[in-house]
Ligand binder design. Structure first.
Ligand code: AMP
Ligand code: GLY
Length: 420
């Protein structure tokens, strides 16, 4: 079998490592991939958002199964395009991917079906958004651009001035382009944040081990928001009780709601949750595996991943008994100095072997390039170093032990992943 994975980050490296364990797959391809991924899968120089080019390649190469992992190709309809060309694909349809592609769609869905989330209003006029914020007069308040904005479309405004500035820059200056034609203004929620990724074939939902991201660039949750600077799994705050409430009040109602709306969700659905005093609430949905959540969740998966992906696509998920390891995982991101703003690339990375690995940990390549037998930095998030252990402290000890010996010029990482 020939399998194509679409995407290029640490998440895709984690998916590919798992697919490598399956004996049925003869050849793996990754478009466009990265330095570390190229050790395991043949790189294909096609952009993840190039639907036409990707389908043509898949047809020419005789790809038997495509795995679509990033948000933008999914929202553009990559899974539909593959299926339409007769290539089985894992990933939600364009219609189902709206759950991430439009915050207005997601919020309205939750309201209509009584799924717990922050109170909100939608605006397509900046003046009306501002007068609503003024009238509510509750700070902090949360302002979100409707569409995809590279994870940066959320502003937590501490006062009216910041709120006005956010509405202006999103709606008038259009800093996120068309994504800012509408905004959601919502109530600020407090509580522990937990991410739960779940496999779903639109009938059955199988939550994966919970995880916790660290979004800010610097220690103690300071600095700008990033794609994620580190993760742990499982989250110590996600108790059995929280898990069963989430299943009853959030996970099952969400897949039912998507079915009723005529866009059944098949793929990996990411629930961004906050555990408030009134119970768990949804902060966001993503239509895909999280990055870097996947780098701590998949290493704990004991069941064969390819078997699961096929069962999801064929709507046979209820037939599987998916098993997880009892241990813990911690991933620390090594980023380029300056990320998430401007940064330089092209620095040689020390501490990796010729396969891009390091003893005792799993090294996920996010932004690297392979040159001869060495690896160079090639992105904002460069590597995700995952330690595995019987508990969280052992996992963290392993990850941080390795982080100290893997270096490149101007490398930056948080020293407090998992501390809270
Ligand atoms: P998102 O891109 O929707 O994940 O939002 C980015 C981050 O903003 C989340 O991980 C939360 O930390 C925070 N956030 C978003 N919505 C809210 C909210 N309603 N209340 C509190 N924090 C929020
Ligand atoms: N780490 C957050 C995300 O994947 O959206």
């Amino acid at each position: 079998m020939k399998v194509l994975v679409i995407g290029s980050g640490g998440r895709e490296h984690a998916v590919i490592r798992k697919l490598k364990e399956n004996g049925e797959i003869d050849q793996l391809f990754c478009a466009p991939g990265n330095g570390g991924i190229s050790v395991l899968a043949k790189p294909v120089n096609i952009k993840a958002t190039d639907l036409e080019g990707m389908v043509q390649f898949a047809k020419d190469e005789g790809i038997d199964f495509a795995v679509v992992t990033p948000d933008d190709p999914l929202v553009l309809g990559m899974a539909d395009a593959m299926e339409a060309a007769g290539i089985p694909a894992f990933g939600p349809s364009k219609a189902a991917a709206q759950i991430e592609g439009s915050k207005v769609f997601a919020k309205n869905l939750m309201k209509k079906y009584g799924i717990p989330t922050a109170k909100y209003q939608v605006f397509d006029d900046p003046a009306q958004a501002i007068s609503y914020i003024q009238l509510e007069n509750q700070f902090p308040t949360v302002i979100k651009a409707d569409g995809l904005a590279l994870g940066k479309g959320v502003v937590i405004a501490q006062n009216l001035e910041e709120a006005k500035e956010a509405v202006r820059s999103i709606m008038e200056d259009k800093i996120f382009g068309k994504s800012g034609s509408q905004v959601v203004v919502e109530e600020f929620l407090t509580g522990k944040e937990v991410s739960v990724l779940a496999f779903t074939d639109s009938h059955t939902v199988v939550p994966m081990v919970s995880s916790m991201d660290h979004k800010r660039a610097y220690d103690n949750d300071q600095g700008p928001n990033t794609g994620g600077m580190g993760t742990i799994a499982p989250s110590p705050y996600y108790t059995k009780e929280a898990a069963s409430r989430c299943m009853e009040e959030i996970f099952l109602p969400t897949i039912e709601a998507m079915k009723k709306e005529g866009c059944p969700f098949k793929g990996c659905l990411y629930f961004g949750l906050i555990l408030t005093e009134q119970g768990p609430k949804v902060i966001e949905y993503n239509c895909r595996f999280g990055d870097p959540e996947t780098q701590v969740v998949l290493p704990l998966l004991k069941t064969d991943l390819f078997t699961i992906l096929k069962a999801v696509r064929e709507e046979r998920l209820s037939e599987l008994d998916i098993q997880w390891s009892d241990g813990a995982a911690a991933c620390v991101i090594l980023a380029s100095g300056g990320y998430p703003k401007t940064y330089e690339t092209g620095f040689p990375i020390q501490g990796l072997d010729e396969k891009g690995e390091h003893p005792g940990v799993v090294v996920y390549h996010a932004g690297t390039k392979r040159q001869d037998s060495r690896f160079l930095t090639a992105g904002g998030r460069v590597l995700g170093i995952t330690g595995l252990g019987k508990d969280l402290s052992q996992a963290l000890e392993k990850a941080y032990g390795a982080v100290k010996t893997i270096t490149f010029e101007r490398a930056h990482y948080r020293t407090d992943i998992g501390k809270k």
